[in-house]
Design a protein around this ligand. Sequence first.
Ligand SMILES: [Zn+2]
Length: 111
Amino acid sequence: MQADELERYKQILIQMRDSSREEGNRMIEVVLSDAEAAGEHDQRVSESVDKELALEQTEEDRHQAVLAALQRIEQQKFGQCTRCGSEIPRTRLELLPFTPYCVDCAFASSS
Ligand SMILES: [Zn+2]
């Protein structure tokens, strides 16, 4: 991943880390509507995102996920699935920048 792109995800994650739960949720909505507006509608990606959002992560869970994602940026591992090591699709990172899993692993771990 390019350094400037990494920096952009870092800023998004820092904002998520520092914002309250309500603000964090609003941010996800903004990100989601942006992606739809951009026509980046991958059915499979959006299904997995819906599924993960539907799990209704607690504030603490998401906070931990955001911190872990920031740590992965520092370790140059951001964008790689922590389960299988494959690259997480960009469309998925746009929607869930703090996700540790690729689409396949997200499906595998939630089913
Ligand atoms: Zn994976």
